[in-house]
Ligand binder design. Structure first.
Ligand code: M6R
Length: 364
């Protein structure tokens, strides 16, 4: 049941801290604080490239995984949505590792992409919530997201569990490839172990996020902006808003705004910014200042360190808990998912069963 929550989505949002913790328990040895992976179908130290594919929210998790794997483990990544990858016939590098991500393990496009990767001889590692699914059977290795059943059509907790697995995979990859030393690994593992508590703290901002939702719910169009690993978070926020509130939303890499979407900006198009403090903060802030100067109404998800600068220009600023820059996308994601939920409540839509959508898309 819903355990007293109004919707499955609300219940599942509140399970973020739990599922991140459970997934970490599966992947991090508590005694050594090292990431431990099951036997792999390839040698992480020598693979030349990785290929990531998935659909919808799982694809956005993969995009965050790409930022991590490239930056921390120096593994070049090709990434595409499964429905494109399977028909693109890309000239993939022999010996690459295929990686796919799926909550259900039954999504037709992702399954077809899995078969296409296997057909050209790549080993496939799958990040799956349904460990007895078709994809689980056909993969060379399954890394399980320990999120439990997800009922709401809009994915929430499965997404942060996917990020948790991808973060652990990145650490293991960095160690194997010599890009991460002991101290570096320890720093990142500490950041991950810190996450369940920090994720729980996000809910202390729910009332403020509801005020933000008041502005979003009045809009016909909403722009989401972010840079770096906060860009896929913006995409996840926009998708979730579209899915359950039926408000049109688009995400852009903040630096792309001036190449087109800036012409949309006026008082009627709120801008939701995912802008954690860290190396990309200043650059994103100046993009937001440009939007503000053109009459845009800014709604910002930042953290304690970024809040002062943002509250000077934004109508609403959410100071999410401070975390290591590595894991900011996890905390930011919970914020934008709550915003979509609160907006849907104001719109009175069927939150758990939005129109035209199925939980598991088993047609191509
Ligand atoms: O079961 P999967 O993770 O393969 O599903 C992929 C997408 O269909 C899914 O993430 C979809 O985008 C969600 N409804 C997003 O909330």
């Amino acid at each position: 049941g819903k355990d007293g929550y109004r919707h499955y989505m609300e219940k599942e949002l509140h399970e973020h801290p739990l599922v991140i913790g459970q997934t970490l328990q599966r992947m991090v040895d508590p005694a050594t604080r090292k990431v431990v992976l099951p036997p792999l179908p390839c040698d992480l130290a020598t693979i030349p490239r990785g290929v990531i594919t998935a659909c919808g929210s799982a694809y956005y998790a993969g995009m965050i995984g790409r930022y991590w794997l490239e930056e921390i483990a120096r593994l070049p990544i090709d990434i595409d949505v499964a429905s494109e990858l399977r028909y693109r016939n890309p000239p993939l590098t022999p010996g690459s590792l295929g990686m796919l991500i799926s909550q259900s393990g039954e999504t037709a496009d992702t399954l077809a992409a899995l078969r296409a990767l296997k057909a050209i001889g790549l080993p496939v590692l799958s990040v799956l919530n349904a460990e007895h699914s078709t994809m689980a059977r056909e993969s060379d290795l399954v890394l399980g997201t320990v999120a439990g059943p997800e009922i709401s059509v809009a994915s929430t907790k499965a997404f942060t569990a996917q990020l948790t697995v991808l973060a652990c995979l990145t650490i293991a990859m960095g160690r194997a490839r010599g890009t991460l030393d002991e101290a570096g690994e320890d720093e990142l593992v500490t950041a991950l172990l810190d996450l369940p508590g920090k994720a729980a703290e996000v809910f202390s901002h729910q009332a403020d996020i509801r005020k933000m939702a008041g502005i979003v719910a009045e809009a016909r169009d909403v722009l989401y902006l972010g840079r770096g690993s906060a860009y896929p978070v913006a995409m996840e926020g926009a998708l979730k808003l579209k899915e359950i509130s039926y408000i049109h939303a688009e995400a852009y890499a903040a630096g792309e705004m001036k190449h087109g979407p800036i012409s949309l900006i006026d008082r009627t198009v709120p801008i939701v910014a995912t802008i954690p403090s860290g190396p990309l903060f200043e650059k994103t802030l100046s993009n937001l200042q440009e939007a503000k100067a053109r009459g845009g109404r800014l709604l910002a998800f930042t953290d304690e360190a970024g809040a002062e600068r943002l509250s000077a220009i934004a109508e609403h600023t959410i100071a999410l808990p401070e975390v290591h820059p590595f894991v900011t996308p996890v905390i930011q994601t919970i914020g934008v998912q709550i915003l979509a939920y609160e907006t849907a409540l104001l719109k009175g839509t069927d939150v758990d069963q939005p129109r035209n959508l199925a939980k598991s898309v088993t047609v191509e």
